[in-house]
Design a binder for this molecule. Structure first.
Ligand SMILES: Cc1cc2nc3c(=O)[nH]c(=O)nc-3n(C[C@H](O)[C@H](O)[C@H](O)COP(=O)(O)OP(=O)(O)OC[C@H]3O[C@@H](n4cnc5c(N)ncnc54)[C@H](O)[C@@H]3O)c2cc1C
Length: 389
């Protein structure tokens, strides 16, 4: 098989890239290790920057997001028993859309199926060849048979545990990592949200987040230990702990219900540099991971894809390699700013086992400064709604 761009991974990065390229006449094939159903079952992100929504619109897959997504003009930060609203619309003139990653994935898959572009699910043993040169190949196994795709470029959109990153030679690859000494225990429940907007809570027992996926479905998180297992957190224990961390008014609104999904996510930040080697590009979680506190993972995948499709479309239309040469540095400039914001949100709102009273007071000072200063609130708002491209 021949194509212009072989894309590894049908997560948000791979699907969005595939559809943006197809719309602009660049042929592509997506190879995905899992089944479509499995990919659709992964409950993850839910906060969409306006820019990300614009890229989804460009693919023609945005109608349901605008119909069913919730436009949020701010968030609330709670500490010392009180909630404080950060009004994005007033501060920076923009909001975000709350719409589940599973729904975006479904919309992009449907749009891809309508366009007739090819996605091969349940492929095994994907390996990349000759990525240093201009005629890279992808080999894979499907239905017990070996196959090969000849492409002009390969986009590694295969997430943090994918294979693509390892094809950047070790002497050229630099990685940067921060592992946080805690995780998030997340619960999905068919109960109305406790408030119209997300509430991020700092509490001495640990961080808590009241989020949502719709007007009838809540997504709730508590900071937990890395030693914990999901089975350590039956619903009763989860709601008891969440209630203790929330301010009184919010806790009174909490309607416990049977969880329909429960998962534990360790928090970590990770960046791999560079994001291109020869004909191979990395995009999304394949190149970087952020702790979910800043709601940036899926949005960063979308911004990488934006730079990458600009570069590829420019190359196929004009033969210019300028965008290809600049891809890694353009993408990384935005990645590091999002890493900084995610690190700041995580550092300010969580309890750290090694912290002394001094660091705890620093967090309080940071938060009282934030709610008392328009400039500080605007800085948070500007980062949360998404920095310019
Ligand atoms: C609990 C949680 C909450 C989050 N909340 C938010 C949020 O609010 N906002 C936000 O923006 N982000 C959030 N994120 C992050 C977001 O989910 C990810 O950043 C996003 O999924 C990245 O998309 P991706 O396409 O790069 O990678 P992935 O979604 O990981 O997709 C990679 C795909 O590649 C496939 N693959 C892997 N290896 C191979 C292989 N060898 N061959 C073929 N296919 C392969 C995988 O099966 C997968 O389908 C959250 C994440 C978690 C875990």
């Amino acid at each position: 098989m021949r194509t212009q761009v072989a894309i590894i991974g049908a997560g948000p990065a791979g699907l969005l890239l595939g559809q943006l390229l197809s719309r602009q006449g660049v042929a592509n094939v997506i190879l995905e290790r899992r089944s479509a159903q499995y990919v659709l079952g992964r409950v993850r992100a839910g906060v969409i920057e306006t820019g990300t929504a614009g890229f989804i619109d460009e693919t023609g897959a945005g109608a349901r997001m605008h119909r069913e997504g919730l436009v949020h003009d701010g968030i609330e930060i709670a500490f010392a028993g009180e909630r404080h609203r950060i009004d994005f619309r007033a501060l920076v003139g923009q909001g975000v859309i709350v719409y589940g990653q599973t729904e975006i994935t479904r919309d992009l898959m449907d749009s891809r199926a309508r366009s007739g572009a090819e996605t091969l699910y349940e492929v095994d043993d994907v390996s990349l060849h000759d990525v240093a040169g201009t005629k890279p190949r992808v080999r894979y196994r499907k239905g017990g048979m070996e196959h090969e795709i000849q492409a002009e470029f390969i986009a590694g959109c295969d997430g943090s545990h994918g294979v693509s990153r390892q094809y950047i030679p070790a002497p050229l690859l630099r990685t940067f990592e921060r592992q946080y000494p805690f995780g998030w225990l997340g619960v999905m429940v068919d109960r109305p949200p406790v408030a119209p907007e997300l509430i991020y809570t700092r509490h001495e027992r640990g961080f808590a987040l009241c989020s949502m996926r719709s007007a009838t479905r809540s997504r709730l998180y508590v900071q937990c230990s890395l030693e914990d297992r999901v089975s350590d957190w039956p619903d009763d224990r989860f709601y008891e702990e969440l209630t203790r961390r929330l301010d009184g008014a919010t806790a009174a609104k909490l309607e416990p219900g049977a969880s329909i999904e429960k998962s534990l996510t360790p928090l970590r930040g990770f960046v791999a540099e560079p994001m291109r080697y020869g004909s191979l590009f990395l995009a999304g979680d394949a190149a970087h991971v952020v702790p979910p506190t800043g709601a940036k993972g899926l949005n960063l995948a979308a911004s990488d894809v934006h730079y990458l499709r600009e570069a590829l479309v420019e190359y196929f239309r004009t033969g210019s390699r300028a965008g290809i040469e600049a891809y890694s540095s353009r993408a990384l400039a935005r990645v590091w700013k999002a890493e900084r914001f995610s690190w700041w949100m995580t550092s300010t709102l969580h309890t750290f086992p090694a912290h002394s009273g001094f660091e705890s007071r620093m967090q309080e000072a940071e938060l009282t400064y934030l709610v008392g200063s328009q400039a500080a609130r605007a800085a948070l708002a500007e980062n949360y709604v998404g920095l310019p491209y």
